[in-house]
Design a binder for this molecule. Structure first.
Ligand code: UD1
Length: 478
């Protein structure tokens, strides 16, 4: 247990080294050739030093196609480790995190093939990826790869369930506070795994296989729920997961697992029941629309006083965010094709929000909401209850003229009449996009540095904003 305490060290994901592998890599597909659609993560010139320039003051008008959800695509890809058959995932967003996870899966022996673009296929449709883990050739997920992206730690449960052993480096991820993995380990121990921490690695063994059990999470964790859910599909007997996270991305994974032959019920609730099966098969699954990307563009439209249709957005996954927008005076209309966000020129009203697990207001939209509230008529209160260090955007928003006072876990945002463009620094994925939102409303030019944070989670951000009239441009280094 002494070693467990060491897991509570803060994780800093901000180093350039983590994002830039030293040597070029080549993504080899089933067919054994390099796959051009994937960006190399490691080109020393270019994206690491890229900046985004925004000339604010343009009103956004038009439509934006919402991409597949990063936070569903990643665990869905990991679920491919549970079966020797092929898992076909559609609408996978083209993101640095997806590319990195493909590298990690390939290291375990997963064959992958990316379908070419079909004639007349809409540019905005994500990729279709075939993943086949016919045999797992390596059950170790090394530090060099896992430390760059926290979600890759979730390979632990599936590898353990399929191969009875796994060795996975302790994770990295956004620098948004202490992010322990005790709940993941507790859940796998409940399923009968023996777990040791050795040299920065979690070494998990279950020589006789996993067995179903009752897992009661003391705290809601998205990642620990994914890990426990995936592992228990192949455990002997029944598993009940209580106080499970209820995020739509978890339901999406559970539905895909059922298509693969798993027996998961209670999907969407905080109690999941899983009847273990001997083996899982293949499936064909479409990644659900990204609710965080949806919320982000909704706030971008709102701050500029524009009128934007978010095509393919799922309003039913965004109740808390849409309520907040309506309270702020933004018009929200949902129809079959998506969500229309507009504002009629009035000032925004201030609002008070606590971030909470789903269906509460998502922590992944906290920074974007704060950017929006910098222009409200009065003082908004935003309390961050999920991560303790998720206010790094505050000092950058202040550089644009925002008036924000921090008191512990709460930010008091006093709306200002105008923001002014400046040089700002991205610090993590969602924080960086909050600076884009503020930059869209600021007078003059805002230049965002460390754009690689954005590339982890937002597909073709500049193109999507440009299509609605924003003046946004990537300044490519070297
Ligand atoms: C996932 C999301 C991330 C989102 C977060 C919360 C993905 C790829 N990432 O991250 O975008 O911000 O959910 O909605 O889907 N905790 C523990 N022990 C653990 C695990 C977590 O104490 O073993 C704590 C964390 O420190 C945090 C809280 O639980 O305070 C929630 O974290 P969790 O839901 O696990 O976040 P992630 O799965 O890492």
């Amino acid at each position: 247990m002494k070693q467990r305490r060491a897991l509570r060290k803060p994780i800093n994901d901000d180093s350039v080294e983590r994002v830039a592998p030293k040597r070029p890599y080549v993504l080899v597909t089933d067919a054994g050739h390099e796959n051009p659609p994937f960006k190399r993560l490691d080109q020393p010139t270019g994206f690491l030093m890229d900046r985004i320039s925004i000339r604010g003051g343009k009103i956004l008008n038009g439509s934006i196609q919402i991409s597949g959800a990063k936070n569903a695509a990643l665990p869905l890809m990991i679920a491919s480790l549970l079966t020797a058959k092929t898992l076909i995932l559609r609408n996978v967003p083209r993101l640095a995190d997806v590319n990195l996870l493909l590298r990690i899966l390939r290291n375990h022996g997963v064959d992958m093939m990316v379908e070419g673009k079909r004639a007349k296929q809409d540019e905005s449709v994500g990729e279709t990826i075939h993943l086949s883990a016919r045999s797992i050739v390596d059950t170790t997920a090394p530090y060099e790869l896992v430390s760059r992206m926290r979600a890759s730690f979730w390979v632990l449960g599936p590898l353990l369930a399929r191969c009875s052993e796994a060795k996975v480096s302790l994770p990295g991820g956004c620098a948004i506070g202490t992010r322990p993995v005790d709940l993941h380990l507790m859940a796998l121990e409940q399923l009968g795994a023996n777990i040791e921490i050795e040299g920065g690695y979690v070494v998990a063994r279950a020589p006789k296989g996993l067995r179903g059990n009752r897992i009661v999470f003391p705290k809601v964790s998205v990642g620990a729920t994914h890990n426990a859910l995936m592992a228990s599909t192949l455990a002997r007997g029944e598993t009940i997961i209580e106080n499970a996270a209820r995020e739509p991305e978890i339901s999406d994974v559970a539905e895909c697992l059922n298509k693969m032959g798993a027996r998961v019920s209670g999907i969407g609730s905080s109690t999941l029941q899983i009847q273990g099966v001997e083996e899982l098969g293949g499936a064909d699954h479409m990644v659900l629309a990204d609710r965080i990307e949806t919320g982000t563009y909704a706030m971008a439209a709102a701050i500029t006083g524009g009128d934007v249709l978010l095509k393919g957005a799922r309003a039913d996954h965004l109740d808390a965010m849409l309520l907040a927008l309506r309270q702020a005076g933004v018009k929200v209309e949902a129809d079959g094709s998506g969500l229309r966000i507009s504002r009629n020129g009035n000032r925004l009203y201030p609002i008070n929000i606590d971030t909470l697990p789903y269906p509460g207001f998502p922590t992944d939209l906290q920074a974007q909401l704060m950017a929006l509230m910098t222009m409200a008529d009065g003082v908004s209160t935003i309390r961050e209850t999920i991560f303790e260090n998720r206010f790094m955007h505050v000092q950058e928003l202040a550089r644009l003229g925002a008036d924000i006072a921090l008191a512990g876990d709460t930010a008091h945002v006093r709306g200002v009449d105008k923001l002014m463009g400046a040089q700002v620094m991205a610090t993590d994925l969602r924080a960086s996009v909050s600076l884009v939102i503020a930059g869209l409303a600021a007078e003059g030019e805002t230049v965002l540095h460390r754009v690689y944070h954005l590339d982890r989670g937002f597909e073709t951000l500049e193109a999507k904003l440009q299509a609605c009239g924003a003046s946004v441009e990537r300044l490519t280094a070297g």
